[in-house]
Design a binder for this molecule. Structure first.
Ligand SMILES: *Cc1c(COP(=O)(O)O)cnc(C)c1O
Length: 388
């Protein structure tokens, strides 16, 4: 047994031993759909790249280790062509008539998938405020098969107590599964499997890749039986990432720990600056002591991440001016890259929840704070706020 390694080391090496054929330090991009068979059925472990590909396997092994750096028990991982492809594949575990209880502040695309697509196949959905474990517990039904948590949520940065919710759900219905969308925190800041969740889902598009150059997703799983079911679904449905995308994601992951440290310290400084600015009504950042989820976030997260939202005193018109007035913070959807981005969720990332119970305030601005120089970032926000 190899000695226990730490997160930063696993991020660089796990699943990525030098290539056995050539000694290449970096995992090659195995750009192949199929593999030669010595005799019928005699392979080197690969026969068709939908089923398995060596570059994808390296990524899957690395992700499994990062969600479980203590390595007290094995974990398993599957990579997908996008975060939503991962979520869609996971939802195929749920049968018609069964119920999914989800956060009422869920990523807009996740809500669209649940509400416009999966619901049509007879799966029932309901939504509740996951910041209160009591509300989660009372919303459970005998047919609840899955509880879907996001924490921190997108875009309101609500915090769910993963350990407390997992404990209560399992005490009530031992068969109910818990999935946590861990995209906002990344495995460096939060490891839901060790807090009692059954699945972690990632949009690897965001912090894991970290450079805004690839779309991808993943599921990390504790139970081998559930892993085998999902592995069957991954191959049967086929929403797999190509080797080039897996390679880019692996490359990004090598610096995840460094990036998350800087994202978190920059976001803390931006939150403090905006909290004292006269144009701002309120700042939503779990690192602030006045954030209602701060104590839970402090308990389950290493740092508070790079995402924050603000509500402007001037409402939607002021929000529009701010996001169109910044120069370093680029007006764009998505998040989690090295560069700072800014957007208005109500009309951009979360337009798909408009008119539903999940609606977000029109004057809300979401910032994905990058790893640029903090003085430059604050100056940029200052000049854009002054212009309002
Ligand atoms: C972006 C995102 C997703 C969807 O991932 P894609 O890779 O865009 O399909 C899911 N959850 C959260 C929290 C996200 O930010």
């Amino acid at each position: 047994m190899k000695s226990k390694q730490h997160f930063e080391t696993l991020a660089i090496h796990e699943g990525q031993a030098p290539d056995s054929a050539t000694g290449a330090i970096i995992t090659p991009i195995y750009q192949t759909s199929t593999y030669a068979q010595e005799q019928i059925g005699i392979t080197k472990g690969f026969d068709y790249s939908r089923t398995a590909n060596p570059t994808r396997l390296a990524l899957e092994q690395c992700l499994a280790a990062l969600e479980n750096p203590e390595q007290l028990q094995p974990t398993y991982s599957l990579a997908f062509s996008s975060g939503l492809a991962a979520t869609d594949t996971l939802l195929r575990l749920i049968k018609p008539g069964e119920h999914v209880l989800a956060s009422n502040d869920v990523y807009g695309g996740t809500f669209r998938l649940f509400d416009k697509i999966v619901k049509n196949y007879g799966v029932q959905f309901s939504y509740t405020d996951i910041t209160d474990p009591n509300l989660v517990e009372t919303a459970l039904r005998p047919e609840t098969r899955l509880v879907w948590l996001e924490t921190p949520t997108n875009p309101l940065l609500k915090i769910a107590d993963i350990a407390e919710i997992s404990r209560r759900v399992k005490a009530r219905y031992a068969q109910t599964l818990i999935a946590v969308d861990n995209t906002f925190a990344s495995p460096y800041l939060q490891q839901p499997l060790s807090l009692g969740a059954d699945f972690v889902v990632h949009s690897t598009t965001k912090y894991l890749s970290g450079h805004s150059d690839v779309i991808g997703g993943a599921i990390i799983i504790k139970d081998i039986g559930l892993y085998e079911k999902l592995k069957f679904l991954q191959n049967a449905i086929g929403a797999i990432p190509g080797p080039q995308d897996c390679w880019l994601t692996l490359r990004g992951i090598k610096t995840l720990a460094l990036r998350m440290e800087r994202h978190s310290s920059n976001a803390t400084e931006v939150a403090n600056f905006l909290g004292n600015h006269s144009a701002i009504e309120s700042v939503i950042y779990p690192g602030l002591e006045r954030h209602p989820g701060h104590i839970v976030a402090k308990k389950q997260m290493k740092l508070y991440g790079g995402m924050l939202s603000v509500i402007l005193k001037g409402g939607a018109p002021a929000a529009k001016k701010l996001v169109e007035g910044t120069k370093i913070f680029t007006l764009a959807e998505s998040l989690g890259g090295v560069e700072s981005l800014i957007e208005v969720p109500a009309v951009m990332t979360h337009a798909s929840v408009a008119g539903s119970a999940l609606e977000v305030p029109a004057g809300l601005v979401r910032l994905s704070v990058g790893i640029e120089n903090i003085t430059d970032l604050i100056q940029d926000l200052e000049q854009a706020l002054t212009a309002i």
